[in-house]
Ligand binder design. Structure first.
Ligand code: MTE
Length: 465
């Protein structure tokens, strides 16, 4: 039957192209994945790295593959068994991860992806460092601050290498209070539309706020000789020191206008709330791009490149983008949409939790609201009748100038429950930013295949006694 045939390694290694067919092995199975390559959510190029050999080391690195759904998909392509059986198990690339608080809600262990519990999000305007959400794509690199060098290169700049000490002493120090949010924050609300999306199952906790201290990216680029309005430079690319087994690093870029904007507040940060950056958040140096999707704030920063091109990384070109609900994995043209930079206005109810029992005639609702591009929050409206009537919440936020509202607002409203209400009551929140952008009512019309930029009204059902 299917899968009974035996192949040796040499035979498998001959199948590395469309013409010969693309084969891989996993444990002792041999698979012909030619038909699947183009649909690989991690990109065809990534899968091709494994063509003709074992995918085991790749799956050890990208452990989102380790679930029954993915394994079941692979089994559909089985053509036989590896002669001599499976190769020796692969060493775990995640063996040296930093310690983390058990309070974080883990969505994936390897790489670490964890969100801040909602009760703690609304606990303080500045999230405690140990509770700041973690979004890693690869194992945390261990960087020695003594030998660390930040390299600056590319168009219109002199190549420069800076030690941590030079970075800290040659440039003026700045502090910025900024919220980081993952583009996938609130992704679960798309799953509620009955049209599931691929990705980490983020609830509303992949967002946090810190006081970041460091030096301005602008100042470092100026020191490297970059001039404002240099026509040869359109993007500033960042490379992380975290790499996979093919030595591919995490990377992203932002537009040069944001990087060079004296009011853009883009930092090369080495401190979070006055303490050295924790290992999970980019020790010793990370980029912080206020107002922009978290994915562009590259951690463990190794290199800055001035270029006429965006970062060539998978995450810049083929991942953090949003499309029409009519686009799905079979017809997506990644080049047809720009990389997400500024994110849309959003809000989230953190208290009460879904299903909470309310034994009163009113309810106190708490949450956060944030908008991208420095558009501070001016108002949050809360409803206790599914959106028929609204109450304005009280805002708690750090003072920030118009256009530089990088930090979220926390908010609170005590709202009367509908007269005689019993059983399920829907609480709703929607925020408005200083450009009077507000949130769309429903998630379905903004559904997109990667499940990013979810910002529909946030709804929580409570149980009135
Ligand atoms: N930088 C590197 N080098 N590697 C990464 O995996 N993840 C990005 C960004 N920078 C990432 C990175 C993403 S998608 C987000 S949302 C933020 O870091 C998360 O930052 P945090 O883990 O400090 O919350």
């Amino acid at each position: 039957g299917k899968g009974a045939k035996e192949f040796d390694k040499e035979e498998v290694a001959k199948h590395r192209t469309k013409e010969t067919g693309i084969w891989v092995t996993y444990k002792d199975g041999v698979y012909d994945v030619t038909k699947f390559v183009e649909q690989h959510p991690g990109g065809a190029a990534r899968l091709m790295l494994a063509a003709g050999g074992a995918i085991d080391p790749f799956w050890a690195m990208y452990q989102q593959h380790n679930n029954d759904q993915v394994k079941g998909m692979l089994e559909e392509y089985r053509i036989g068994r590896l002669k001599g059986g499976a190769a020796a198990p692969v060493a775990d690339p995640y063996a040296n991860e930093p310690a983390r608080l058990p309070a974080l809600i883990v969505r994936s262990q390897k790489p670490m992806n964890s969100e801040t519990p909602k009760e703690l999000l609304v606990g303080s305007l500045i999230t405690p460092n140990e509770l700041f959400y973690v979004r890693n794509h690869l194992p945390v690199p261990h960087v020695d601050a003594a030998t660390y060098r930040l390299r600056v290169e590319g168009e219109g700049v002199r190549t420069m290498e800076l030690s941590l000490e030079e970075l800290q002493t040659r440039f003026r120090r700045h502090s910025v209070t900024a919220t980081l949010q993952c583009t996938g924050n609130r992704r679960n609300d798309f799953n509620l539309t009955q049209r599931p999306v691929k990705g980490l199952e983020w609830d509303g906790g992949s967002i946090s706020t810190a006081v970041w201290s460091g030096v301005r990216l602008r100042d470092v680029l100026l020191a490297a000789g970059l001039e404002d309005d240099n026509p040869d430079v359109a993007h500033i690319q960042f490379e992380g020191l975290d790499t996979d087994m093919a030595s591919q690093c995490y990377g992203a870029s932002v537009e040069v206008d944001k990087a060079m904007d004296p009011q853009g507040d883009v930092l090369l940060a080495f401190e979070m709330k006055g303490a050295p950056l924790p290992a999970d958040h980019g020790y010793p140096v990370r980029v912080v791009v206020p107002g922009v999707a978290g994915c562009r704030s590259v951690k463990w920063l190794g290199k800055i490149v001035a270029s006429d091109q965006e970062s060539a990384s998978f995450w810049q070109r083929k991942d953090y983008k949003a499309f029409s609900p009519s686009v799905d994995w079979h017809n997506v043209d990644w080049e047809s949409a720009p990389a997400i930079q500024n994110m849309p206005v959003t809000s989230h109810i953190c208290e009460p939790l879904s299903g909470a029992a309310i034994d009163d005639d009113e309810v106190t609702v708490k949450g956060y609201a944030w908008s991208g591009g420095g558009q501070g929050i001016i108002r949050v409206d809360v409803s206790a009748d599914g959106g028929a009537t609204w109450h304005t919440a009280e805002l708690n936020k750090v003072p920030q100038k118009r256009g530089r509202g990088w930090a979220w607002a926390l908010w609170e409203a005590t709202v009367p429950l509908p007269k005689g209400a019993k059983g399920a009551v829907q609480l709703v929140a929607k925020a408005t930013d200083e450009s009077y952008n507000t949130q769309p009512e429903q998630a379905a019309p903004i559904w997109n295949l990667r499940g990013v930029n979810c910002n529909s009204w946030h709804r929580v059902s409570v149980n009135v006694q």
